[in-house]
Design a protein around this ligand. Structure first.
Ligand SMILES: [Zn+2]
Length: 440
């Protein structure tokens, strides 16, 4: 047997069900799959391979999965910060989106986001935005894996100027994307229960079920939202979703900051999953989601960054570090969130949350070869007493040396392969200048 790629001399964090960590591990890739993950037998020669990656004792782990993004929002990174959610949305983001989000800007914003994610070790993301077929095409071009969801909102939106057509537009998107790309799966994303009517929400969920797609929605993000939905429906946001038939195993709830015991019970009963976005929740002062309680109840929780306008980085290593510490500080208990739990939330649990756990999220034979290798022997990653702690508390996105998706090397020695970064930067400069001048 000759492998296409062989990684050796590695500390492999498999994130398999036993959470095996293999010192002096080897990992073989054939085509798009992992064919070998094991400890190297002493003194035995290495298997034959086309390409050998010597990890030099460094850490190898599953590609990181970001369960919540709005990729083209890299366009608005740093445009409006330090504001409450509703002011930020109504006075800055929605107007900026209406003026500047076009197929062309979405293409460049997505390309930039993919470059940022790949260079920082994210191999899969779960996105929701407008002009999503352009997002999907750009993600596919980058070599990444993604769930791409057409955004639905009951306001005029980029690409859908008349909200009467938002469901039809999502339907066309699902039709177009169904089976088009091997690594990009279509989905539906309703913005929230305060920007979508009951009828829109129900029609969107029906469409998602019809195409067997993941249904995503921002929910229970702020106290203001809770008050608004209570006033409108007499129900709490999660209770409302349950009441109108939106909670089930194919639903990904985003944020879930304001959940009480009954809400958690509802999510558990429905088998829905949650995307936790601590960076965004902190920056917008939305609050702290009760994640340890959800995990204790067996609810699937994946980590996300949210869009680059509300974070402002797509670096999942920063999100992991923050998650572990945030829940410790909230509970006053340093055991409340272990590094191992957080790593799972960024890999296998994230894969489960978006319905891809059979294919990705851990390093096991037969799974898709989505793998990252960290740069070894750096001062801040030495010594290697606990590799999982190193990944969560000490590593940064910039430590990623190699990124492999579907058996293809997309980052090699810290360099993005096959992407014109200079052109990407030039385009972003032009777009940011137009935004600054408030021009189309
Ligand atoms: Zn979001």
């Amino acid at each position: 047997m000759t492998w296409d790629i062989l990684i050796h001399n590695a500390t492999i964090l498999t994130v398999n069900p036993q959470f095996d960590i293999l010192a002096n591990g080897i990992l073989g890739i054939k085509k798009d799959r992992i064919g070998l993950v094991s400890k190297r037998v002493e003194h035995e020669p290495l298997p034959h391979t086309q390409r050998r990656i010597n990890a030099r004792g460094g850490i190898v782990l599953p590609g990181i999965i970001n369960t919540h993004t709005h990729l083209p929002m890299t366009l608005f990174r740093g445009l409006a910060d330090d504001l409450p959610l509703m002011t930020w949305l109504n006075d800055y983001m929605f107007p900026a989106e209406n003026r500047h989000v076009t197929p062309e800007t979405v293409r460049w914003g997505t390309r930039l986001a993919c470059a940022e994610m790949l260079l920082s070790g994210t191999t899969t993301c779960c996105d929701g935005y407008f002009f999503e077929s352009i997002v999907a095409e750009s993600v596919a071009d980058s070599g990444m894996r993604a769930i791409c969801a057409q955004g639905i909102i009951d306001y005029p939106a980029p690409g859908v100027p008349d909200p009467k057509h938002n469901i039809r537009s999502a339907h066309e998107f699902a039709d177009k994307l169904n089976g088009t790309y091997s690594r990009v799966t279509p989905s539906i994303f309703c913005h929230s229960p305060y920007t979508c009517s009951k009828s829109t929400l129900q029609q969107a969920k029906k469409l998602a079920s019809q195409f067997n797609m993941l249904f995503q929605i921002h929910i229970a993000e702020t106290l203001a939202e809770q008050t608004q939905i209570l006033d409108k429906t007499g129900m709490r946001p999660v209770e409302y979703l349950e009441h109108i038939g939106l909670l089930d195993t194919d639903t990904l709830l985003v944020h879930g900051v304001w959940l009480n015991e009954a809400d958690i019970q509802r999510i558990q009963n429905a088998g829905a999953a949650l995307s936790h976005n601590p960076d965004s929740n902190m920056k917008l002062a939305s609050g702290i989601a009760p994640i340890p309680d959800l995990i204790q109840r067996g609810i699937t929780v994946g980590l996300g960054t949210d869009g680059a306008a509300s974070n402002n980085t797509l670096d999942m290593f920063a999100a992991m570090d923050l998650t572990a510490k945030l829940h410790k500080v909230k509970s006053g208990d340093p055991t409340a969130m272990a590094a191992e739990t957080v790593l799972k939330m960024a890999t296998i649990e994230a894969a489960r949350a978006i319905g891809l756990a059979e294919r990705i999220g851990s390093l096991e034979t037969g799974k898709q070869a989505d793998i990252i290798v960290l740069k070894p022997k750096q001062p801040h990653l030495m010594p290697l007493h606990h590799p999982v702690s190193q990944v969560v508390y000490a590593a940064r996105g910039a430590d990623v040396d190699h990124v492999i998706v579907d058996g293809k090397i997309l980052v090699d020695g810290g360099q993005l392969i096959g992407q014109d970064m200079d052109e990407m930067i030039r385009q972003m400069q032009l777009i940011s200048q137009a935004i600054k001048e408030n021009k189309k």
